[in-house]
Design a protein around this ligand. Structure first.
Ligand code: NIG
Ligand code: FE
Length: 383
């Protein structure tokens, strides 16, 4: 069984050879892209979908999201908009609500958010734990995440939970001992909120301990780094060969040099700066240094409760001066790089047939028409 998607007014492939095509078609076989080219030369297929001049882009790869939680923090957002700064302290209230929630409640919320993302063009998503912070609750959050994505991340070291206040090292021992042992079978990645200045998160030594233990348990590394201040997170991520350093809001020259010399992707989360009313990361400084960038939502109930990659693209263009092409690349191929995936984030023969279609003639409309629900994942017949 095969399907040809034709009538594509503009096709972004992210493939260095194919580039951007007009009046294009894509043939899909068994869920994989089999052919890409001009609509006039497209081979026949069993089924045909005509998108009538719309633009098609690779489905978004949202490489940073916290979707297993209960409750909301709208009141915290309201207070923040009146001047209360974000410091991660509100995470504790989500932890309390998540511990109280049943599996079914968490699952329903998770699936609703995923459906919301898919309806907005996201076809790959990473999901973190981090609101359980007990062996049992972290394990069940990851078990639920693993029902919906292979990109599951153990974030037991999100914050020091209330019952361990003042005993962060003891909590790190729990995270790197029994919690990691229980969670590793359900996780691909390990992550840590490295923010030494914060009363809630972890310093560089603790973060290193968590990441090294995770690696020893077979997990790959990603880091919440340099969100609130210029701490050790970014250089630690690069030194340990993490796939991604996420946030990168406050960077020193040495941080930028380290990223430029290393293989770690810098994942920018401008929805967080929007929702915490903070200065945006300096994307141009990173791009000018030749650093690979990803864009992700960081969808979570505290620092940024958006599921919209298109919104993040608009912010990246308007607020971080990325070009529309750079922003779309970061939201697709960049996200794939941050997850070390070669099968998504681009549309060329052999890639997964994850396509997003815009009710617009060009991908430029993602940033040009902010807030307008133009983009959705293209649902294909089972081929
Ligand atoms: O990526 N910085 C730490 N973690 C999340 C926020 C989680 C929350 O506020 O609930 C983040 O911004
Ligand atoms: Fe996060």
């Amino acid at each position: 069984m095969s399907v040809v998607i034709t009538g594509i007014g503009e096709l972004v492939t992210n493939d260095p050879e194919l580039g951007l095509l007009r009046d294009a078609a894509v043939v899909v076989e068994s869920g994989v892209v089999a052919w890409v080219g001009s609509a006039t030369t497209a081979p026949d297929a069993d089924e045909r979908i005509d998108v009538e001049g719309r633009a098609v882009v690779p489905g978004f790869v949202d490489s940073h999201a916290h979707l297993v939680f209960a409750g909301d923090r709208a009141a915290e957002f309201e207070a923040r908009m009146s001047g209360v700064p974000y410091d991660g302290g509100g995470i504790a209230s989500t932890v309390a609500a998540t511990r109280q929630a049943s599996d079914d409640e968490l699952r329903a919320r998770l699936r609703a958010l995923l459906a919301e993302m898919r309806a907005q063009g996201t076809t790959t998503v990473e999901v973190k734990s981090g609101y359980g912070l007990t062996v049992e609750d972290e394990t069940r959050c990851l078990r639920l995440a693993a029902e919906v994505t292979p990109e599951t991340t153990f974030l037991g070291a999100h914050v020091v939970p209330a019952e361990y206040r003042g005993r962060a090292d003891e909590y790190v021992a729990l995270v790197t001992g029994p919690m990691l042992a229980a969670c590793a079978p359900h996780a691909r990645w390990v992550d840590v909120f490295c923010e030494p200045g914060s009363a809630h998160a972890f310093d560089g030594d603790q973060a290193r301990t968590v990441l090294q233990a995770g690696r020893a348990a077979g997990l790959e590394l990603r880091v919440h780094a340099n969100q609130l201040t210029a701490g050790p997170g970014v250089q630690l991520a690069v030194e340990l060969g993490a796939a991604s350093a996420d946030h990168c809001t406050h960077l020193t020259d040495a941080d930028v040099d380290a990223l430029a010399d290393g293989t770690t992707v810098a994942t920018l989360l401008p929805g967080v700066e929007f929702s915490t009313r903070s200065p945006y990361p300096d994307a141009r400084r990173l791009l000018d240094a030749g650093i690979a960038l990803a864009l992700a939502t960081d969808c979570n109930p505290g620092s940024c409760f958006t599921s919209s990659m298109a919104f993040c693209i608009a912010l990246a263009v308007r607020e971080m001066r990325m070009t529309p092409a750079e922003a779309l690349w970061a939201a697709t191929a960049g996200g794939a790089a941050a997850l070390r995936r070669t099968d998504v984030g681009h549309l060329a023969p052999g890639a997964r047939a994850d396509l997003a279609v815009l009710d617009a003639p060009s991908y430029l409309h993602l940033a040009y028409r902010p807030g307008v629900p133009l983009v959705r994942a293209l649902e294909l017949p089972r081929v």
